[in-house]
Design a protein around this ligand. Structure first.
Ligand code: ADP
Ligand code: MG
Length: 238
């Protein structure tokens, strides 16, 4: 689960092509980071995978199935947004339960899944609080919890830590990495922060103006950047 292929995918907004033909393979269980400067197309690429934007041409397949025409809800992926989008009037428990209630899961199943998610995210003691009584990092974890209970094939994160202060960002970075260790679910993580990319990724995709400059492990990119852009952005000086 969680194998995603992009085949000659392009995206234009009006006359402007922001993603020229692009191929990408994401393997099951991988932690993939899209990194690049602001405006390079990271969010667009993630939204194409999520189905929140239609491709202009090309195909996206998820676990061997053509997903190009599928609506977001049928892709089996969970997008974690940077604005937490929690319901302020609902407890943490109810926030996490929300997608399961919508899906009509029975109470016992809901309860078991909430407890498992809370345990994985260290939220067990906070289940009866309202979002307003939580720190930014805790709210972020609730948003992730709400995604976990849907048991997605992959989690998609778009700069999830950019609203947090520097100290909290480091903690959340570790928590998301730990969560990946626990769940072993494919994660695609968008950031413009080289440190996040280098510390979290199995595989880094470096983007510039919608073009993949290089794909590789943090060590590969650091030691053998393919060009000056990658070297300047992420690699060792050469
Ligand atoms: P990033 O997430 O890397 O900062 P984006 O994917 O948001 O970059 O944007 C890539 C390019 O596409 C930018 O030039 C941006 O202005 C443009 N763009 C993104 N969304 C839209 C849209 N809905 N309409 C027109 N242009 C867009
Ligand atoms: Mg973006």
């Amino acid at each position: 689960m969680g194998q995603i292929s992009l085949n000659q995918v392009t995206k234009s907004f009006g006359d402007v092509q922001v993603i020229p033909p692009l191929d990408l393979e994401i393997n099951e269980g991988e932690f993939v980071v899209f990194v690049g400067p602001s405006g390079c197309g990271k969010s667009t690429l993630l939204r194409l995978i999520a189905g929140l934007e239609d491709t202009t041409s090309g195909d996206i397949s998820i676990d061997g199935k053509n997903a190009t025409e599928l609506p977001p809800s049928k892709r089996g992926l969970a997008m974690v947004f940077q604005s937490y989008a929690l319901y302020p009037h609902m407890s943490v428990r109810k926030n996490i339960a929300f997608p399961m209630r919508m899906a009509g899961l029975d109470e016992a199943t809901q309860k078991a899944k909430i407890e498992a998610a809370a345990s994985a995210l260290n939220l067990t003691d906070y289940l009866d609080r309202k979002p307003g009584q939580l720190s930014g990092g805790q709210r972020q974890r609730v948003a992730i919890g709400r995604a976990i209970v849907r048991e997605p094939a992959a989690f998609l994160f778009d700069e999830p830590l950019s609203n947090l202060d520097a100290a909290l960002r480091v903690g959340m970075r570790l928590e998301i990495s730990e969560l990946h260790e626990k769940l072993k679910t494919t994660m695609i993580y968008v950031t413009h922060d080289q440190v996040e990319a280098m510390t979290m990724a199995d595989k880094i995709v470096v983007l510039q103006a919608g073009v993949i400059e290089q794909v590789g492990s943090p060590l590969e990119l650091y030691h053998t950047p393919r060009n000056k852009f990658v070297a300047g952005f992420i690699g060792s000086p050469r």
